[in-house]
Design a protein around this ligand. Sequence first.
Ligand code: ADP
Ligand code: MG
Length: 319
Amino acid sequence: MIKVKNLTKTYVRNKALDDISFSLDEGDILGFLGPNGAGKSTTMNIITGYLSSDSGTVEIDGIDILEDPAGVKKKIGYLPEIPPLYNDMTVQGYLEFMFKLKKVKLPMKEHISKICDMVSISDVKSRIIKHLSKGYHQRVGLAQALLGDPPVLILDEPTVGLDPRQIIEIRKLIRNLGKKHTIILSSHLLSEVQAVCDKIIIINNGKIVTSGRTEELTATGKATNRIELVIEGRKQNVYSILNSIDGVTKVIEHEEREKGCFEYVIESSRDVRRPVFRAFAKTDYNILSMKPVSVSLEDTYLDIISGKTEGVNDNVRNI
Ligand code: ADP
Ligand code: MG
């Protein structure tokens, strides 16, 4: 449904996007996750045709954005970071105005009424936009994006500035919209993309750092093996036994827990619980406790944004 290949964009001297590629199937909700300045808005502005790239291509439903920009725009509903609202208009007046601007070929009143119901703004249709709360502004922006029933929705940080209750409502709404639309939403919050999206692309410094299905990425995070152990026996010997186990990459010693029993944390490239057990079963040392510690996707994300993990950008990703 969406094919993005090798997008590059430089603002004056600042390389905002460096060879971004990914593709997305119909009906997916993709979370574009990255810290401020990562390149999320730039990518979204290029996909929606509001900004041109220096190089690379964007295809929506088989149409190349440079060959048929108007055709592509018809397929996309876009909620930019700051919704383009006309503050002195009423909600109804604004939606009618946008309906005509987009040259939507559906019965206007019914269509607008259906969309207002969908995003729960029917009760404020006759209100002036500037008198509405931020949560309502965001919904009116969403209503505008939904005009014309586009198959693709691009939502740039749709929950920024909302209060917790409004955030929950907008997330629920997006999940519901995901049943009928292919959606890309951006966020700098991991918890948000985890709550809403089926797939995640993490972007930093204009590069894709990692991508995958939400549950896979969450599982990968957990699979970074870390185990807490309490072992009875001479510290130095225990330390060297742990270090000699195949797959163990790091052994950290902690304080004495009980007399003669020390706590250790080991990190490994694979699940080493069984080899650890067998190694100590051969000795006089006793394992008193063994506890796998989960490394959450949150930690992975923090590593990524603090520069410990490099960007990859190898191929076009079909995630
Ligand atoms: P995000 O949406 O992830 O916060 P952006 O796409 O807005 O990131 O920005 C990516 C990079 O490009 C940042 O370093 C930002 O400062 C820069 N940038 C964005 N828009 C402009 C612009 N109009 N002119 C110059 N630099 C820009
Ligand atoms: Mg942005």
